[in-house]
Unconditional design. Sequence first.
Lengths: 285, 275
Amino acid sequence: MLAGEAGSATPEYMAQLRQRFGLDQPVLVQLALYMKNMVALDLGFSFRYNMPVLTLILNRLGPTLLLMGVTLVLSVGAGVTLGILAASRAGSWRDTLISILALVSYATPLFWIGLMLVVVFSLKLDWLPTSGMETVAAFHEGWSRVLDIARHLILPAVTLSLFYMALYTRLMRAAMLEQAGMDYVTTARAKGLSEGRITLAHVVRNAVLPVVTVAGVQLGGLLGGSIVVESVFAWPGLGFLAFQALFARDFNLLLGIFFLSASLVVVVNLGVDLLYTFLDPRIQV
Amino acid sequence: MPGFWRRLLGNRSALIGLVILAVVGVTAAAAPVLFPGSPFRRVDRPFQPPFGAHLFGTDVLGRNVAAGLAHGARTSLMIGILATTVAVLVGTLIGATAGYYGGRLDDVLMRTTEFFQTIPTFLFAIILVAILAPSIRSIVIAIAVVSWPGVARLVRGEFLAMRHREFVHACIGLGMSDRRVIFRHVLPNCLSPIIVTGSLTVATAILIESALSFLGLGDPNVMSWGFMIGAGRTFLRTAWWLCTIPGMAILVTVLAINLLGEGLNDTLNPRLRNS
C-alpha cells in the first residue's frame, strides 16, 4: 500500500519494504515479535507519521487526559447533584423533569449532540470556537493561552459529559432512594438532625459508592466516546489520532492506542478500588 | 400471557415506547413501498430545505432525506436486533455454563469475559470493523463481540442463585441430563432479566451502529442514519437539517427502546418496583 502511494511498486522495492518491516516472516513469528516488543513498551513504528508509535501516543495523551478529566469531574459532579435533587423530592415535578432530562440524554448519540451544540453555540450565536484546541494563529501566552484552551474545551467536554451525566443521575437517584429507607437514617432522624444534614452527611456518602464504581468502569467507554467527540471537534487527542490512524490504515498505531487504553482502564480500576477504602473505611484493602 | 400484555400496556412508559417503536417499525417495513428505488438516487436539486417539495428536503447530492430516513430505519433496526440476538445467545450460553458447572470452568469462562470487558467497547468495535472490512455482517459481529460479556455476567449471576435451589436438586435427582435441567428448568426462571437486558442492548447496538457509520465505517451499500449525519456534517453551516433530522430519528428510536425496556423491567419484576 505504501509502495502504491509512492508510485513505484516494483517487485524489488516491495520485497525490500517487506523485509524492513518484518512482513516476510510467518504470522506467528510476527506476533511473537510484537508481544516481545510490547513488554518493553516498544509499540512499533508508525509508517504514516514516520515516528515511533509510543512517542506519537505520548504527544497526544495530554489533550485526551485533559478532556477526560474535565468530563469526569463535570459528569460526576452534575450527575450526583441532579441525582440528589431528584431523590430529595421523589415524585415531584422537579424529579420528573430531571428524570426525563436524564432519559433523553441517555438516548442521544454523542456525535449528534456535539454537532447540534456547534450549530447553536458556534454557528448561530458565535460564542465558542467550533474545533481544535487553541487558536494557533493568535500566539497566546500564559493565562490568555489557558483561557483560549478552556474556551475550546467547553463544547467537547459538555458533549462527552451529557451521556455520563445522565447515567450517574439515574444511579445516584436510585441509590439515594435505596439508602433513604435504611435504619441508620431513622436513627439520624430520631437524633433530631435536620433533613438537609441527614441527606448530605449520611445518605450521600453511602449513595455515592455505586456511582464511583460505575465511573471507574465507564472510563473505557469514555475513551471510546472520546474518539467520536474528538473527531467531531478535531480535538488533537488520542481519539482523533485513532480516527486518523483508522483511515490511513495505520494498524500499528491503532493497535498501540488500543493497548494503551486497555492498560489505562486496568490502572484506573485499581485506583477506584483504592478510592473505595477512602470513601468507605469498612472495606479493607 | 394475556395478563402480561395487559400489565405492560398499562405501564405508561412501556406504552409510549411501544407506540413509537411501532411507528418506526412500520416505516421501516413500508420503506420500499413509500420510497421505491434506491435511497441513494437523486430526486431533485440539492439542499432543498425541509417541508418544501420533499418532506425533509434534499441533501448535497439531491437525495431525498425522507427516503434515507425510512431506509435507514431498516438498517438500524435490523442491525440492532441481529447483533443483540447474537450477543444474548452467546452471553446466555457462556453465562449458563459458567454458573451451572462452577469450579474451574467458571473461572476460565469468567476471566475470559472480564478480559473482554476491560477493553474499551467502542474502540474494540472500530478495530473489528476496520479489520473485517465494513459490511452489515462485520458490524453485527463487532457489536455482538462487545455486547455479550454483560449478558454473560448477568446470566451467570442468575444461574449461581438458582443452582442450589431445591427444584434444581430435584431435577438432578430425577436423573435429568444437564442440558435438560439448564434449558428446560433453570433458564426459564432467569428469562425476565435477560429480556430486559436484551431490550437495552438493542438500544446500545443502534447507538454503536450509528457512531460507526458516522465515522465512515458503515456498510457503503446500505443507507443508515449515522451515515446521513456524517455526510451532512460538512454542510452544517448551510444546511443544518441534514444532520438534525437523522439525529432526531436515532434519539427517538433509542428513547423508545429504553422506555420499553424500563416498562418491561417494571412488569416482569414487580417486586423491584419500589426500590
